[in-house]
Design a protein around this ligand. Structure first.
Ligand SMILES: Nc1ncnc2c1ncn2[C@@H]1O[C@H](COP(=O)(O)OP(=O)(O)OP(=O)(O)O)[C@@H](O)[C@H]1O
Ligand code: SF4
Ligand SMILES: [Mg+2]
Length: 359
């Protein structure tokens, strides 16, 4: 039977779309060749929605995020694709073709990014108040800067992330804890009230208590404001807690995408299954908690066919020869796997394909 492929229009397909990514291909120049970091990625982000991008280290999550705000390093090249952003007036911005001034206003005013390793992203010789003033001056569209107004807004967003504005604004970054600096970075992202905020690994490198505090801030952002959010994480529990939709990335591609309940309770891609079985449960019942065998592919010289086949317990000859498209498995849920029906059947029957394979 011929499978129905999930087209980009079906992955998207809503007038409430805030951001659409279509067939994006990005590579980095390296001495051995091109690192194919993002390969044919398409998805939509709806207004007010939160989408989690999950996947192992090196799967292309940060590259994807940086491309959305056009902050890729110079060694990167966008080979093809489109990023369309709908601004507050409903106008569609073609992000990859924005000119300097349009881009300056787009960043932070429409779409802000809190960077991975944000803990080191603040300038150590500037007080926090100067970070807010600089961000405003660099990105706000209104000509004259009313410093008093900017500081008032800074205080508002700092209070939102549960920091004491008077103390924090006058501090240098080194005077703040890691959790406080992460919150300052989130507050800076909120300064110009963007429509979309991208959070790259917002809780990595923080202790468990501080992680919890940051998760609470993100949850309030989602509940009390209309931000659409992309958060990038390899922490599945964070995604389960905060996301409306989840996209799993592997070797630069989105290999599974759907509502959080569908992807986590009815995974149709063996890689997502592998990620899920590596998450400890509260009951602690899974003695067989192990990571996916093997390692991610070399993105310069990738395996043939499905890039997951060398690690996949379901792999067949077809998998080695043909890379599967994102197949429509129902309910706007897509999985790039030729054998998705077997994968979901085994999952629902409680069969562990990885364990069977290693026997
Ligand atoms: N500046 C660069 N030059 C060359 N290759 C790069 C560069 N930045 C990233 N890469 C490569 O691109 C691929 C994707 O990297 P990326 O940082 O987007 O992954 P990631 O999913 O965010 O990983 P992590 O979870 O470790 O943050 C990796 O193979 C990485 O080595
Ligand atoms: S297409 Fe084949 S190799 Fe790829 S994930 Fe599916 S079963 Fe595994
Ligand atoms: Mg990253």
């Amino acid at each position: 039977m011929k499978e129905k492929t999930l087209s980009s229009a079906e992955i998207r397909g809503s007038e409430r779309t805030a951001l659409s990514v279509e067939n994006l291909e990005i590579g980095y120049r390296a001495s051995r060749g091109i690192v194919h970091a993002v390969r044919g990625v398409s998805f939509d982000l709806l207004e007010g929605e939160s989408l989690a991008l999950i996947g192992e280290s090196g799967s292309g999550k940060t590259t994807m995020g940086l491309s959305l705000v056009r902050l890729l390093p110079t060694s990167a090249k966008v080979f093809s694709g489109k990023i369309i952003f709908k601004d507050d007036t409903g106008r569609q911005l073609d992000v990859l073709n924005l000119e300097k001034e349009g881009l300056r206003r787009f960043r932070w005013e429409q779409c802000a990014m809190v960077f991975q390793s944000a803990l080191n992203a603040l300038n150590p010789v500037l007080r926090v108040r100067d970070h807010f003033l600089d961000t405003y001056k660099s990105h706000a569209s209104s000509g004259r800067v009313d410093e008093k107004k900017v500081i008032e807004r800074a205080k508002e967003v700092l209070r939102f992330v549960q920091l004491d504005p008077d103390r924090v604004l006058n501090s240098f970054p080194h005077e703040l804890s890691g959790g406080m600096r992460q919150r300052v970075m989130i507050a800076l992202g909120l300064l110009l009230n963007p429509k979309v905020i991208i959070l790259d690994e917002p809780t990595t490198a923080l202790d468990v208590i501080t992680q919890r505090a940051i998760i609470d801030v993100i949850r309030r952002l989602k509940q009390e404001h209309e931000f659409a959010m992309i958060f990038i994480s390899h922490d599945l529990s964070l995604a389960a807690e905060l996301a409306d939709r989840v996209a799993t990335m592997y070797a630069g591609r989105v290999i599974e995408i759907g509502n959080v309940e569908d992807v986590f309770y009815k995974p149709c891609h063996p890689y997502t299954v592998g990620l899920l079985r590596a998450v400890p449960t509260l009951e602690g019942g899974r003695k067989d908690l192990i990571s996916i065998p093997g390692s991610p592919p070399d993105l310069i010289d990738m395996p043939s066919g499905c890039k997951f086949h060398p690690r996949c317990p379901y792999a067949t000859q077809q998998c080695m020869e043909e890379e599967p498209p994102l197949i429509d498995v129902g309910n706007n849920h897509g999985a790039a796997c030729w054998h998705w029906q077997r994968v979901i059947q085994d999952w629902e029957a409680g069969k562990d394909a990885y364990e069977r394979d290693s026997d």
